[in-house]
Design a protein around this ligand. Sequence first.
Ligand code: SIN
Length: 485
Amino acid sequence: MQGISDKDLIKNSSYINGCWHSSVTDFSVTNPANDVELIKISNAGIIETELAVKAAKDTLKLWSQKSANDRAVLLRRWFDLMMQHQDDLARILTLEQGKPLAEAKGEVAYGASFIEWFAEEGKRVYGDTIPASSSDKRIVVIKQAVGVVASITPWNFPNAMIARKAAAALAAGCTFVVRPATQTPLSALAMAELSRRAGIPSGVFNVVVGEDAHGMGEVLTQHPDVAKFTFTGSTQVGKLLLKQCATSVKKVSMELGGNAPFIVFDDADIDAAVKGAIDSKYRNAGQTCVCTNRIFVQQGVLKAFTEKFARAVSKLVVGEGLTGGVNIGPMISARAVNDVDDLVTGAIAAGAAVVLGGKKHSAGNNYYQPTVLTNVTNEMSVAVNEIFGPVSPIIAFDKEEQVLAMANATEYGLAAYFYARDIGRIWRVAEGLEFGMVGVNEGIISNAAAPFGGVKQSGNGREGSKYGLDDYLEIKYLCLGGLND
Ligand code: SIN
């Protein structure tokens, strides 16, 4: 863990009720760039998770009854501290997750931006008055914090996925418990340390790190004191967690898998489309839920786009995230590399052609070559499954209605992208795509001010934006009667 200037940001145990909480056993966190152990972390389990829920419950009244302005002041301090420590946080993130340092810095700023955004938005939790059916009554609607929020967050964005949930929850007046991925707990713990320095009261933001995914997950999804559960991760795991939440009818938000189409029409600006496809596909080595998964290109521009795109992909530099000039870091594990390789070899066996890459990368166990495949069909497993790696399958199409049908032929509905100039087509396609988010002539759509979330089996609820606050608020209807003299 060299190169971190504020060593106190490196923590090795859970943060519960404002204290660092050691456990009897520990587990290793390794650097995916070289599989070398970075640190041993105290292995929390069911007991610590229950303690964290209790802490969150005990402090709920204090936190929810603070004024929105008081909460905003503390959240703003947390944001400022994250930005002041952006370099250290980014380095920690790259060490445990692998993404290039510049991208990690971007993620820290992205995560912090949710805290800044919701610090302000929490002041705008407006209620409503509704004309009543009789003159002696008044109908008033108020919004109140849901209560204790529990969450499980993924390894691909170890900072931003926590910030996006916690910022909205805390701004709404909820208290929060997160179990981050065991591959990447260090970013979460550093955020906890900065929340402490910001003066966020003990028990409001708790982080439990431990390997017992099943036991800790059961507490977080079934504990009677947890009012809301929020998850970012795969659809497969999300479905299990949803079932668990059903036993006590929790409010839930799920940000699950995707299978994003990226459509290039004949009238598109090809250079812009190439840039958008690189941005949306190769960010984080292809390991984001909104990464382009299938590139559909209209016949008229198929050759031109494929050539320019392959040329741009061939310039991407693969290597350790801390090395300057690297665009694509390691994947999270050798298993992830194998899964991607299986999809590529399966596609080749089914008739796809390799334009670029197509193999494991010589940089190490966890690296995969940036890959471009053509002659892909929408039925191949590389197009049906979420690739979660640096592989671009290109599928040719003729007509607008045909590509809309192909793009929508998936159980997922998170992000979609398309490039076109014709204004009629832009509206038709934007409205016709069955996805929660659509980038129109744009490959990067994530932003604190915008509602992030999916439809179909990509989940429910929205994160970020004014809509993101609603996920942490209950609507209460007050009926005032007997008002006549
Ligand atoms: C994700 O992969 O789930 C998050 C990506 C983003 O926020 O842009």
